[in-house]
Design a protein around this ligand. Structure first.
Ligand code: GDP
Ligand code: MG
Length: 456
């Protein structure tokens, strides 16, 4: 998917401003990337529409140039469509909380029932798994095995009731049936109430493709058990078919959230975007393997980067945001506009801000107002940077705010404290005095915007 997109973002990053045609080109690339990631076309259209609108609106962000803002918008829109915050199971005021699982056959419902049971039990709940998949003769046994492995109780229907005409018999798969899945589900909830289980997880039947009877059955189970949560379980590898399937379950059964399974495979996560968009409900869990512990809360932000595979770009943006948050930028501007002299404390603050951003030169291009500094910094290696910082850190607070008072004996102490020679301290102080002077002149000239980095 993403080589192409990475290149787009890289090119975009080099630009200072973004024209409308840049925006259109970028959106075209994002469209390709999303389609590559198996996001369904209608979803892609809706998504790129939203990005375009915001991109044209060009929100102003302190630490980012317009190009990065587009990257940021793309990411934010993705996260928001994927549900924004991670949503957790809503527990019923009067237990038991009834959670029903629905989805196609093979999507991972039974496996997930065990995982969710274990996960809830680890949090102090006393879940009961209910085997309401009576479609396949061995489904009940499978849930019993899963429950045993997870250490979670299972409610299974009475065995041995032979009915003549059910799907299992017709397909020649088996010879027994356990009766009506809706009844079993209701009995299961009743059993939980009686035995004091506070959560019920109902495993239901699936078909290989969307099926009207199956939908009706799932719908009835939902109504008859008053299910609080209906989780739509979907295989992340399903690709383009995700939209149709998710829509069928959302319309036919009614769901409150989704579970994305088999994310341990090489699924690119496009299904997540399709499912979240089509159902309008958040994805709540990710299933990442066949083991009972392979369950995670779903994190929209992580999935967003998986879809766009632009982790490094996002990291850069995060770093830039962290280092130059608005408050700090405002404080620097205030200081710059005030009569106060620039001190070593200010200097230290700016230095640690830049350090937090990791690779210096790479980052400087990202900050408005810092481009001029780049030439100066190109000649400065990072080791020297560390030495300067060590010297400043060896100064007392008084010295940092009154550089002119740093006499010979103070200089000697600073040199010893930071492991440099006295002449290096002298040099720093000289350069700093020059920088202060320059700052005063700049201020008189009334230059707006952010201050540069004096002393370098
Ligand atoms: P159900 O028909 O919806 O109940 O699906 P199952 O729970 O029986 O799962 C179908 C198959 O997918 C089984 O072989 C599971 O072991 C496998 N499976 C389920 N969840 C995951 C997962 O998160 N990762 C992987 N790799 N396999 C899974
Ligand atoms: Mg099953």
């Amino acid at each position: 998917l993403s080589d192409r997109l990475a290149l787009t973002f890289k090119n975009l990053k080099r630009k200072g401003t973004v024209t409308e045609s840049d925006l259109n080109a970028t959106i075209r690339d994002i469209r390709m990337a999303l389609l590559d990631a198996d996001v369904a076309l209608p979803v892609v259209k809706e998504f790129t529409g939203a990005v375009r609108e915001r991109g044209l609106g060009a929100e102003v962000h302190q630490a980012l140039n317009p190009a990065q803002q587009i990257v940021k918008i793309v990411n934010e829109e993705l996260v928001s469509i994927l549900g924004g915050q991670t949503r957790r199971i809503t527990l019923a005021k009067t237990p038991p909380t009834v959670i029903m699982l629905a989805g196609l056959q093979g999507s991972g419902k039974t496996t997930f029932a065990g995982k969710l049971g274990r996960w809830l039990a680890d949090q102090g709940h006393t879940p009961l798994l209910v085997a309401a998949d009576l479609q396949r003769p061995n489904a009940v046994t499978q849930l019993e095995v899963v429950g045993q492995r997870a250490g979670v109780a299972v409610f299974a229907p009475e065995r041995g009731n032979v009915f003549g005409h059910d799907a299992a018999l017709e397909s020649g798969e088996g010879t027994r049936s356990f009766g009506d899945p809706v009844d079993v589900a209701v009995d299961g909830v009743e059993d939980a109430r009686r035995k004091g289980h506070d959560v019920v997880i109902i495993d239901t039947a699936g078909r290989l493709a969307v099926d009207v009877n199956l939908m009706r059955q799932a719908h009835d189970i939902r109504l008859e058990t008053n299910a609080h949560e209906v989780l739509f379980v979907i295989d992340a590898m399903i690709g383009q078919a995700a939209v149709e399937t998710a829509k069928a379950f959302a319309d036919g059964v009614g769901i409150t959230g989704s579970v994305l399974t088999k994310l341990d495979g090489d699924a690119r996560g496009g299904a997540a975007l399709s499912v979240a968009t089509v159902t309008g409900q958040p994805i709540m869990f990710a299933s990442t393997g066949e083991g009972v512990k392979d369950i995670e809360l779903f994190h929209p932000d992580r999935m967003a980067s998986r879809i766009l595979d632009m982790g490094d770009v996002l990291t850069l943006i995060e770093q830039a945001e962290k280092a130059f948050d608005r408050v700090q930028a405002q404080e620097m501007t205030r200081k710059f506009l005030s009569e106060e002299d620039f001190t070593f404390d200010d200097f230290l603050e700016q230095m640690s801000a830049i350090k937090r951003m990791g690779s210096l030169k790479q980052m400087l291009g990202m900050m408005p107002g810092m481009q001029q500094m780049r030439a100066q910094l190109d000649s400065l290696d990072e080791k020297e940077f560390d030495r300067v910082e060590a010297m400043v850190r060896s100064m007392t607070p008084f010295e940092r705010n009154h550089p002119k008072q740093i006499n010979g004996s103070r200089r000697a102490r600073i040199a010893r404290g930071s492991g440099v020679s006295v002449s290096e301290v002298n040099q720093l102080l000289e350069r700093f005095a020059e920088a202060q002077k320059m700052m005063r002149q700049l201020k008189k000239g009334g230059m707006p915007g952010m201050p540069g980095m004096p002393g370098m």
